[in-house]
Design a protein. Structure first.
Length: 375
C-alpha cells in the first residue's frame, strides 16, 4: 500500500522476481533439497504470488503502472506458469484485465445493498427555473452527496502518500484528492455567497436556516464531508461576523447547529466525530480533511529511515500511513442508492463554479453589516 513512498514499481517487482526465483543453499543433500523446496520455496513463492495478486487487484495505478504490465506478463508466462499453475491462471486474467481496462483507477468491488430501495427524488414545482429556497433540503443533501461520493470514490491510495495533494508542481499528482478538496472549498464559497447575496437581514437569515437544515440532512446521510464544508462557511470571517443575521435564528435552528458543531468540532482531535465515523453504517462520506491531517502528522512526525541506519526503511511509519488509507478506502466500497437529478446537479454545479472570491465576499459582508464601534 505504501511502497511508492520509498521505491518505484519497477524496483519493487525486480525484488519480487528475485525473491520468487530463490536459490537453495549450497551443499544440500537430495533429501534436504526436497525439504527446502517443500517448506521454504513453495511458501516464499506463494507469498510473492499473493503480493502481486493484491497489487493487481487493489493497488494498480493506471497512470504509473501500465509500463510494468508487459514485464509482469512475461515473468508470469516464463516462470509462474511452470511453477504454480493455479497462480498462473489468476495472474494472467488480472494482467489482461488491466491491459484491456479503459477505466482510470483501481478495480473496486462495489457492495450494493439490494434490500434498500432508491428513494424518489423530491422535485421543485418549477424545474425550468430552479430557485435555491424552493429546493427541498433533503433532496439538496442527496444531490450534494451523490456529487461528493463520486469524487471521494475516485481517490487512489498513491494520492495519499508523501503529502502529494499539497504538491502544486504537477496537475497530475493526487488529482482526485485535489478535486475533492476543491469541491469542499466551492461548497463553502457557495454557502457564503448565497447568504451575502441578500441585502435584507431577514432574507439572509432565511438562507442561513435553509443551509443549516441541509447540513443536518447531510449528517443524517452520513455525508460528513459536505456537512463540514457547509459548517465552515458559518464559521468563516464573512458569515461568522453577521451579528444581526445570527440574532434572527430561532431556537430550533440554533439547537441543530449546536449539535452539528459539537459533532464536527476539533476538540480533543475530533474525538466525538472519530467515534461516530468508526461506528457509522455504510454508505458514508467521511470528512476528508481528517485523513489528510492524520497523514500529514505521520509524514512530518516520523523519519523515512530508522535513526541508527541510513538505509533501513521505517516500516512503522508505513504501517501507520497504511492504517489511515485503509480506513479511507473502507468507506469507498458501498455506494449511495440515490437517484441523480441532472437539472438540480446542473444548478448546483453552476453555483459552485460561480461564487465570488473571499476578499470580495468579506467586503460585501462589511457593507451589509458594518463593524460595531464601541464608544
Amino acid at each position: 500500500l505504501t511502497y511508492r513512498s520509498f521505491c518505484t514499481t519497477q524496483e519493487l517487482f525486480e525484488e519480487l522476481f528475485m525473491r520468487y526465483m530463490l536459490t537453495p543453499p549450497e551443499d544440500l543433500t537430495a533429501e534436504e533439497l526436497t525439504v527446502w523446496q517443500e517448506k521454504k520455496l513453495k511458501l516464499v513463492r506463494l507469498r510473492v504470488f499473493n503480493v502481486i495478486k493484491s497489487w493487481l487487484d487493489t493497488y494498480f495505478n493506471e497512470e504509473e503502472d501500465q509500463a510494468t504490465l508487459p514485464t509482469l506478463a512475461m515473468f508470469t508466462e516464463d516462470y509462474v506458469r511452470v511453477t504454480m499453475k493455479f497462480g498462473y491462471d489468476q495472474l494472467i486474467k488480472l494482467i489482461k484485465k488491466r491491459m484491456d481496462s479503459e477505466e482510470n483507477g483501481q478495480i473496486r468491488k462495489m457492495t450494493l445493498n439490494i434490500r434498500s430501495e432508491m428513494p424518489q427524488p423530491i422535485l421543485p414545482k418549477n424545474m425550468r427555473r430552479i430557485r435555491f429556497l424552493e429546493l427541498d433540503a433533503l433532496e439538496m443533501a442527496r444531490q450534494l452527496t451523490i456529487m461528493d461520493f463520486k469524487l471521494y470514490n475516485r481517490i487512489k491510495p498513491v494520492e495519499c502518500l508523501d503529502k502529494n495533494w499539497g504538491k502544486g508542481d504537477s496537475e497530475h499528482i493526487a488529482v482526485n484528492v485535489k478535486a475533492s478538496i476543491e469541491y469542499s472549498n466551492q461548497v463553502t464559497a457557495w454557502v457564503t455567497d448565497s447568504i451575502l447575496s441578500k441585502d435584507d437581514v431577514r432574507k439572509r437569515a432565511v438562507v442561513v436556516k435553509h443551509w443549516v437544515v441541509i447540513a443536518e440532512k447531510c449528517r443524517l446521510l452520513n455525508n460528513y464531508n459536505t456537512c463540514m464544508a457547509i459548517l465552515s462557511s458559518f464559521d468563516n470571517s464573512s458569515v461568522g461576523r453577521l451579528r444581526r443575521t445570527w440574532e434572527l435564528m430561532n431556537a430550533r435552528t440554533n439547537q441543530t447547529l449546536a449539535s452539528i458543531r459539537r459533532l464536527m468540532g476539533a476538540n480533543r482531535n475530533f474525538t466525538e466525530y472519530r467515534d461516530i465515523i468508526h461506528h457509522a453504517n455504510p454508505p458514508c462520506i467521511p470528512f476528508l480533511g481528517i485523513y489528510l491531517q492524520d497523514l500529514t502528522f505521520i509524514e512530518d512526525g516520523n523519519s523515512n529511515y530508522l535513526k541508527k541506519s541510513d538505509n533501513m526503511i521505517n516500516f512503522s511509519k508505513r504501517m501507520k500511513t497504511a492504517e489511515v488509507i485503509r480506513e479511507l478506502q473502507q468507506h469507498q466500497s458501498t455506494p449511495y442508492l440515490l437517484q441523480a437529478v441532472p437539472d438540480i446537479q446542473e444548478f448546483i454545479t453552476t453555483h459552485l463554479q460561480s461564487s465570488r472570491d473571499e476578499e470580495t465576499l468579506y467586503n460585501l459582508s462589511l457593507a451589509l453589516e458594518p463593524r460595531y464601534v464601541l464608544i
